[in-house]
Design a protein around this ligand. Structure first.
Ligand code: AP5
Length: 214
């Protein structure tokens, strides 16, 4: 099953993509996580990506397209994948489609998690992410067992630099301008499924599995 997750920053793409990956035994590929891991390791890619991310903008297409095309060509993607945070622009969607076409493959679903901007801003201020393993929590809806400590690996959890309110507003503006057009793009391809992302997380997930037919 080949799936892309759509939705504004903070709509719950990562939360749901991890569960989809577990349920269907396919890899969860998050371009945001890949960039954050590169930033942590101090790679050239990480250095280039950081300035765009901190400003709430998108990393240029050319830095992300080959990376994803290579990643979905790996052995563990033979039975599919769930892409989280990619594509984010029409050129990225076209690059993905071209890479799949080459192998006579195509995407099965584009799942749009629909949440209003107002709710997003509230959610992001409560999100906490582990500095080590990237696990995400929310101070109200999914608190860590011990405040500020990751349940999974015991490292510190922090507010991401790009989750500061002024950066979130910029990310939302960028989303509406550059990423939202993908909703019509995938609607026209007949694979768009929209779920209400304002529901409790378990209900969002059961709506998604209903769409995926499992
Ligand atoms: P990325 O990491 O992809 O950020 P994003 O798309 O902005 O998405 P988020 O990770 O912020 O949110 P999410 O939708 O995954 O929500 P989550 O599940 O965490 O990208 C970061 C940056 O990298 C970009 O800004 C860009 O610069 C760059 N980048 C990445 N990919 C790129 C690309 N392809 N091209 C160019 N640049 C790229 O949930 C959010 C919070 O809400 C959590 O606290 C969660 O617990 C909570 N929550 C989730 N669901 C619910 C619910 N149903 N009810 C209540 N709370 C909920």
């Amino acid at each position: 099953m080949k799936i892309v997750m759509l939705g504004a920053p903070g709509a719950g793409k990562g939360t749901q993509a991890k569960q989809i990956a577990d349920q269907y035994g396919i890899p969860h590929i998050s371009t945001g996580d890949i960039f954050r891991a590169n930033i942590k390791e101090g790679t050239e890619l990480g250095k280039k990506a950081k300035s765009y991310m901190d400003a709430g903008g998108l990393v240029p297409d050319e830095l992300v397209m080959d990376l994803v095309v290579d990643r979905i060509g790996k052995e563990d993607c033979a039975n599919g994948f769930v892409l989280d945070g990619f594509p984010r622009t029409i050129p990225q969607a076209e690059a993905l489609s071209a890479a799949l076409n080459k192998k006579n493959e195509k995407l099965d679903f584009a799942i749009d998690i629909d949440v209003s901007d107002e709710r997003i801003v509230k959610r992001m201020s409560g999100r906490r992410a582990c500095v080590n393993c990237g696990a995400t929590y929310h101070v109200v809806t999914i608190p860590t067992k011990k405040e500020g400590i990751c349940d999974r690996c015991g490292s510190e959890t922090v507010l991401r630099d790009d989750d500061k309110p002024e950066t979130v507003q910029k990310r939302l503006a960028v989303y509406h301008e550059q990423t939202q057009p993908l909703i019509d793009y995938y609607k026209n391809k007949g694979i768009l499924k929209t779920v209400d992302g304002t529901q409790p997380m378990e209900k969002v997930f059961s709506d998604i599995t209903a769409v995926l037919g499992a």
